[in-house]
Ligand binder design. Structure first.
Ligand code: PLP
Length: 353
């Protein structure tokens, strides 16, 4: 029986990607060698890395000469400090929309001044606060999707300040004008691929504005100049990310998957809104189409609900401890059928009382 995995990350990938990945671990393209035992400098792997970098730009509509795509290690958390290490010369502006943006603020403060333009912390991050970029900063940093709280930024500012965005939990899930951003980063382990790689898409202009004396491993230009091969890259994660991006391209790309993602989210949010046993955490206008956070209105139903979830083979629906309740993560590879199963369980619970 199929397991419906709503895990927030590491998360599901398409089953055909898992199949191809496991074949490559045994024998990469009939070479008789495992993907895991060939040199990252071999022709076979350089081709994989190049395809991964090209596909990431193509899917974001950023192919051409303006942007470079880099695969790094260290997760999105390393980007919290790396962005500041490279570009925080005087003062940077931040939007505080949750745990991850707050962590980015903490790291940036080690390198310079930080101006938090707005925060929704006092409301347990249940919305995206209004903000204005009223002066010049080295850069403005935001988190497009708040994985823990289930909110998502719908409109990004038009600004002359370079805009940096942590897109770890909604990259490749919706069409945006990605050319508004000067630097985008994402840990792989949600819509991109297995944990281990971190994608950075950076505007080429910025590569010439990196501060002096940034150590090589922390320096975007070093990695860009070496086509993500300055040191041994996370080969498995890059390979599977490449397969997953091929899958997404075959599905019609970001704007096609967005239609499906919106259908899934709408199905679940309608149930949350109509079913008196549940209420959502995030304000309606700022709801995420990737991570829906909701609670039971009466905890007396907790045991019955969780037994029903287990019977329906629904897994990893627990909310993060800072929100409690439930969180349904509906990344690209999740089928609408899995969301339907969840909605059926929720409505069955209502019919039982
Ligand atoms: C939006 C966001 N940013 C950053 C992170 C941290 O990512 P990593 O574990 O790759 O450092 C996460 C992890 O879930 C996340 O959801």
């Amino acid at each position: 029986m199929k397991i419906h995995n709503f895990c927030a990350g590491p998360s599901i990938l398409p089953s055909e990607v898992f199949d191809e990945a496991s074949n490559a671990v045994k024998d990469l393209n009939g070479s008789g060698l495992s993907l895991l035992e060939i040199s990252h400098r071999s022709h076979a792997f350089v081709e994989i890395m190049d395809e991964a970098r090209d596909l990431s730009l193509e899917l974001l509509g950023l192919s051409g000469n303006d942007y470079t795509s880099i695969f790094l290690q260290g997760g999105a958390s390393s980007q919290f400090l790396m962005t500041a290490y490279n570009f925080l010369k005087n003062e940077a502006a931040f939007l505080d929309t949750g745990t991850w943006s707050k962590k980015a603020v903490i790291e940036a403060k080690l390198f310079g001044n930080v101006d938090v333009l707005a925060s929704s912390e006092n409301d347990n991050y249940n919305h995206i606060p209004n903000f204005e970029i009223a002066k010049n900063y080295d850069y403005f940093h935001c988190t497009s999707n708040n994985t823990i709280f289930g909110t998502q930024i719908n409109s990004f500012p038009n600004t002359d300040t370079p805009m940096f965005c942590d897109m770890s939990s909604d990259i490749f899930s919706r069409a945006l004008d990605f050319s508004k951003f000067d630097l985008i980063y994402a840990g792989a382990q949600k819509n991109l691929g297995p944990a281990g790689a971190t994608l950075v898409v950076i505007k080429n202009d910025l590569l010439d504005k990196i501060k002096d004396n940034v150590p090589s491993m922390m320096n975007y230009k070093v990695h860009a100049d070496k086509s993500s091969m300055f040191n041994t890259p996370p080969v498995f994660s890059v390979y599977v990310s490449m397969l997953n991006m091929r899958w997404l391209k075959k599905m019609g790309g970001v704007s096609e998957i967005e239609k499906l993602n919106r259908k899934k989210a709408q199905l679940l949010y309608s149930e949350i809104d109509l079913n008196p046993l549940f209420h959502g955490h995030a304000r309606e206008v700022d709801r995420s189409i990737m991570n829906a956070t909701f609670n039971l209105s009466d905890d007396n139903f907790k045991d019955s609900f969780e037994t029903m979830l287990a019977d329906a083979k629904i897994t990893a629906l627990s909310g993060h401890r800072s929100v409690g309740g439930y969180r349904a993560s509906m990344y690209n590879a999740m089928s609408i059928d899995s969301v339907k199963v969840l909605v059926e369980v929720m409505s069955e619970l209502e019919s039982k009382i």
